[in-house]
Design a protein around this ligand. Sequence first.
Ligand code: SF4
Length: 374
Amino acid sequence: MKISKKDALSWFQFFAELPEEEDLMPGQQEIALSVFSQIERAVQARHEALLATIPGLKTLAGRTYYVGDDALFPQGCKSCLLGTGLSAVRKTNRCNAACRFCYDYGVLDKQPPVGEGMWEIGGTKFYEEDLPLLLSIQKKPTGISYVYLEPFMEIEKYYGAVRAFHDAGIHQHLYTNGLNATRENLKALADAGLNELRFNLGASHCADKVIENIRIAAEYFPAVGIETPMTPEWWTEFHQKKDAILSSGIRFINCAELHLNENNIANYAGENLYMCRQGYISPIFSRLISLRMMQEAAEEHWPILVHDCSNRTKFARDLNLKAKEGGWFGASSYGCEFSRLPYEFFLPVLQDDDFRFLEEEPMPAGFGLGDIVL
Ligand code: SF4
């Protein structure tokens, strides 16, 4: 079913008004999925057209795209995409920012604590002194990443665990917005053995103070990079400070495709959205900006690697993770983050005259707007 944009809009207006407790019937679901597919196919065509214009485009075993020197490809991403997969470590449940793109927007002060003196690894709670026990029993992962809110709220608590994983030969990367970083704590973290530090520079709107902290970090860590969601604000702010950022000592920029959940979607109301493989919902602008970043990097020969951390990359990552966990053929943890699909947020893209479906067909018999579709 290749639904027309006009029919798609009428059906989504109807679905958006259904009471919360009313689920779509199978025939209605078929229509909804046809709409999502029509939007996604049009978005993919734009991606493919843009990818074709990027000089020197490379892939990592077909799992993700990048431009730049292979030696700069972040080890943490290699571990995630080719190694034993994403091994997330959680500790800090607070942050000193409130980014509109944050997955915890509006609930940043309500995140469950991991517990005094404890770490959450693979969903299990550990004291630091339990780490040798864990490492002696389970096969160690190729890499781990510290992923919960802002670690520099209490970075001094990290050094011991980082040292333990470093001694075990595990690659470690950590994300920060960089606001609380100082020369002292950056040096201490590097001395503990952290391999890779990733700055979410969009979180501070490319603040000079954070760019300076990146510069300091690059003195101490084997690899420093930027990982931040691609938004129009990022595009503008990055270009205002492009030279300072590109000469800060970073090895890579991971262009994260912004995806939305129930916490942050309202911040992007009115934007054109699409759903990727019935999983992540993203503003269409996000990956287009990633691809423009890569194009500019390739054309201007930036001294860094630029990586397309797209929804497709997350799809590949989650397939890799399940495969390494011994999952069945096709198993993946990739999926939709909404318990109920937010049809109303897709009205803008369906109302946008500049957004066109690639191909449209009349609705099959029984699926017309006047029909009762169950
Ligand atoms: S810095 Fe990170 S954790 Fe903090 S609000 Fe921004 S995105 Fe969320």
